[in-house]
Design a protein around this ligand. Structure first.
Ligand SMILES: Nc1nc2c(c(=O)[nH]1)N[C@H]1C(S)=C(S)[C@@H](COP(=O)(O)O)O[C@H]1N2
Ligand SMILES: [Mo]
Length: 537
C-alpha cells in the first residue's frame, strides 16, 4: 500500500486490519462453498457431499497411529473431532485464500478452484459414486468464488477510499463518507453471506441426517405376512412377447408422480395417521399398530390422470396393507359425509368418495408394502393409499398422515382448484407396447403386436386390433388375478408391403367399447385409440 510518508505507522496497523478483513472474506467464501455444496447434495438425494467425502478420504488416508490417537483422545466422538479438525483446517486455508485474493487477485479464487478439484476427486473416487455426485463440489466452488470475488473487490474499494480520505487535500466530508459507504458494503456482504451460509448449510445437514435416519429405519422394517393373500398370479397372465410390459411392474420401473420437490423422509416410529372430521370416533394409529393388524395383499393397477393415450404413467403392483373400510368402520362416519380428504406430510391432498372407500367390494387399502418390500421412499414410505379404479390424484396419497371425513361441498383435493375434476375414475384404455411406432419389418414377417389394456375395478373382456381401416380382430388376451389389474394382449400379424397404421381398442367387462373420441388428459383423463405405424419392405 503506497501511502503518505507521515502516516506510515498507522498504515502498518491498518495493514494488519486489512489482512483480518481479507481473511474474513475467505472464510465466508469457504462457508458459502460448504452451504452451496450441501444443498445440492441434499437435492441429489444426499449424494456427493464434499464434507462427507473429504472426511472419509481423510479417514482412509490417515496413518494407523493418527486414527488410534484420534480414537483415544476423543473416544467415540472421533468422527465429530474429525469434522471439527477439518473445519479448522478449512478456516485456515480459506482465510489464506482470502488474503491472497485481496493482494493478488485472482490467486485466492485459484486456491478455491484447486480445493474444488480435490473435493471432486474425493467425491468421485468414493465407491458407488454416481455421475452427478460431482455437482455439489462444482456448484459449491462456483458460489464460493462469486462470494470471494465480490467481497474482495468491496474490500479493495474500502481500502482505496480510506487511502483517498487520508490525503490531506481530500479530507472533505464527502471523501471520508465514501470510505464509510464502502466499509458498510463490505461488512454487509460479510454478514449477509456468512449468515445465509450458516443457516442454509446447517439446515441442509439437519435435513440430511433426518433422511439418513429414516433410511435406516426403513431398512429395519420387517413386513408381516399377509393374513389375506392375493390369488397367485396365473401363469397365463404373462405372454411370451419381447417388448411387452411385464404383468407386475418392478418397483424400480414404477412411474412416479408427485409435487414433492424433495422426497419426504419419514421415521416410521414417529409416523401417525389421524382419522377425524365427520366421525363419531376419532382414530389415531401408529406404524407398529398398523403392522400388527391382519394385513391383506392386493394386486392393483394404478395410473395417472395425466397419462396421454399410449403413455407410460401406469403400473401394476402387489400392495400389502390394511383395508381402509375397516378403519373407517371404527371411525363411524356421519351419514351426511361423502368424501375423505387424505393429506400427506408434504401438504398434498386427495378427495376420495367415501362410498368407494367403504365399499365391501373395493379393496381400498392403506398400503405399507409394494411387491414384497416396504414402500420405497418415492412411492410413499411408510404408508400410502391405493384405491383400485381411481386415478392417483384423487386417491393414492403417499406419505399419508391424515384423513378428514368431510363433504365434496366443503373440501377439495390439491388438483381440483387447478383445473382437474373432483372425481377421477380411471377410463377404459389400451396401449400398444410393441412394435414401437416407426418400426420397419420384412414383408411376410410374423409380427407380434402386443400391449396392455385396463379399466381397473371394471375389468377388460376383449381387446381388438385393426390394421389401417380394416376390420377389428380379437387379440389373444392374457389372464389376470382380478378385474383390478391390467391384462396383456397380443395379435400376431403377417406383415404386408407398405406403411400401415395399427390401432387397438379394448372392450370392458360390462361390454363398453373403448371410445375413439380423442380427449386430452385435463380435466379427468385422456381418451382415444392408441396407434402406431409399421412399415414392411
Ligand atoms: N403426497 C402425494 N401423494 C400423491 C401425489 C403427490 O403429488 N403427493 N400424486 C398422486 C398422483 S397424481 C399419482 S398418479 C400417484 C402416483 O403414485 P406413484 O408415484 O407411486 O406412481 O400418487 C398420488 N399421490
Ligand atoms: Mo397423477
Amino acid at each position: 500500500m503506497p501511502g503518505h510518508p507521515s502516516s506510515r505507522g498507522s498504515e502498518r496497523g491498518d495493514g494488519h486490519r486489512w489482512t483480518w478483513f481479507a481473511a474474513l472474506s475467505g472464510v465466508v467464501a469457504g462457508a458459502a462453498f460448504l452451504a452451496g455444496a450441501e444443498v445440492v447434495a441434499l437435492l441429489l438425494g444426499g449424494a456427493g457431499s464434499p464434507l462427507v467425502a473429504v472426511g472419509s478420504a481423510a479417514i482412509d488416508l490417515a496413518p494407523r497411529w493418527v486414527k488410534d490417537l484420534m480414537v483415544s483422545l476423543f473416544s467415540t466422538g472421533d468422527k465429530a473431532a474429525l469434522f471439527v479438525l477439518m473445519g479448522v483446517l478449512l478456516a485456515v486455508i480459506t482465510a489464506g485464500a482470502g488474503v491472497l485474493e485481496a493482494r493478488r487477485p485472482p490467486f485466492g479464487a485459484v486456491v478455491f478452484g484447486i480445493g474444488g478439484v480435490l473435493a471432486l476427486v474425493a467425491v468421485t473416487t468414493r465407491s458407488g459414486s454416481g455421475s452427478l455426485d460431482g455437482a455439489p463440489s462444482v456448484i459449491g466452488v462456483a458460489v464460493a468464488v462469486v462470494v470471494l470475488r465480490r467481497m474482495s473487490s468491496r474490500l479493495r474499494g474500502w481500502m482505496a477510499a480510506e487511502q483517498r480520505g487520508r490525503v490531506p487535500s481530500a479530507t472533505e466530508p464527502g471523501r471520508s463518507s465514501s470510505a464509510a459507504v464502502e466499509r458498510r458494503a463490505f461488512l454487509a456482504w460479510a454478514v449477509a453471506a456468512g449468515a445465509a451460509s450458516l443457516v442454509v448449510g446447517v439446515s441442509a445437514r439437519v435435513v440430511d441426517s433426518a433422511r439418513t435416519a429414516a433410511a435406516a429405519a426403513r431398512r429395519a422394517v420387517h413386513l408381516p405376512k399377509a393374513a389375506v393373500q392375493e390369488t397367485p398370479v396365473p401363469s397365463g397372465a404373462s405372454l411370451d412377447v419381447t417388448g411387452i410390459s411385464p404383468y407386475v411392474t418392478p418397483n424400480a420401473d414404477f412411474y412416479r408422480i408427485d409435487t414433492a420437490l424433495s422426497v419426504p423422509s419419514i421415521d416410521p416410529t414417529t409416523w401417525k395417521l389421524r382419522i377425524h372430521g365427520m366421525v363419531d370416533n376419532e382414530i389415531e394409529i401408529g406404524y407398529d399398530e398398523l403392522l400388527a393388524m391382519p394385513l391383506e395383499e392386493h394386486m392393483a393397477t394404478m395410473s395417472c390422470v395425466s397419462n396421454e393415450v399410449g403413455g407410460d404413467l401406469i403400473g401394476n403392483a402387489l400392495w400389502l396393507g390394511y383395508p381402509i373400510r375397516k378403519l373407517l368402520a371404527k371411525a363411524a362416519p356421519h351419514a351426511d359425509a361423502d368424501m375423505v380428504l387424505s393429506r400427506s406430510v408434504d401438504g398434498f391432498t386427495a378427495g376420495t368418495p367415501l362410498d368407494v372407500l367403504q365399499d365391501d367390494g373395493t379393496d381400498a387399502i392403506l398400503a405399507v408394502g409394494m411387491n414384497g418390500e416396504p414402500l420405497p421412499d418415492v412411492h410413499g414410505f411408510p404408508v400410502r393409499m391405493v384405491v383400485p379404479g381411481l386415478f392417483g390424484y384423487v386417491s393414492a396419497t403417499k406419505w399419508v398422515t391424515e384423513m378428514t371425513v368431510t363433504r365434496f361441498a366443503d373440501a377439495e383435493g390439491y388438483w381440483t382448484p387447478r383445473g382437474w375434476s373432483a372425481r377421477g375414475p380411471v377410463k377404459l384404455e389400451s396401449r400398444i407396447d410393441t412394435p414401437a411406432s416407426g418400426t420397419t419389418v420384412d414383408v411376410g414377417d410374423r409380427v407380434a403386436i402386443a400391449g396392455v389394456a385396463w379399466q381397473p375395478h371394471t375389468g377388460v373382456k376383449a381387446v381388438q386390433v385393426r390394421i389401417d381401416e380394416g376390420d377389428w380382430t380379437d387379440a389373444e388376451l392374457a389372464d389376470s388375478v382380478s378385474a383390478d389389474t391390467w391384462r396383456q394382449w397380443v395379435h400376431r400379424w403377417t406383415a404386408t408391403k407398405g406403411t400401415h397404421t395399427v390401432s387397438v381398442r379394448a372392450v370392458s367387462a360390462d361390454g363398453t367399447v373403448q371410445t375413439s373420441v380423442e380427449r386430452p388428459p385435463a380435466p379427468n383423463g385422456a381418451t382415444g385409440w392408441h396407434s402406431v405405424t409399421v412399415t414392411a419392405r
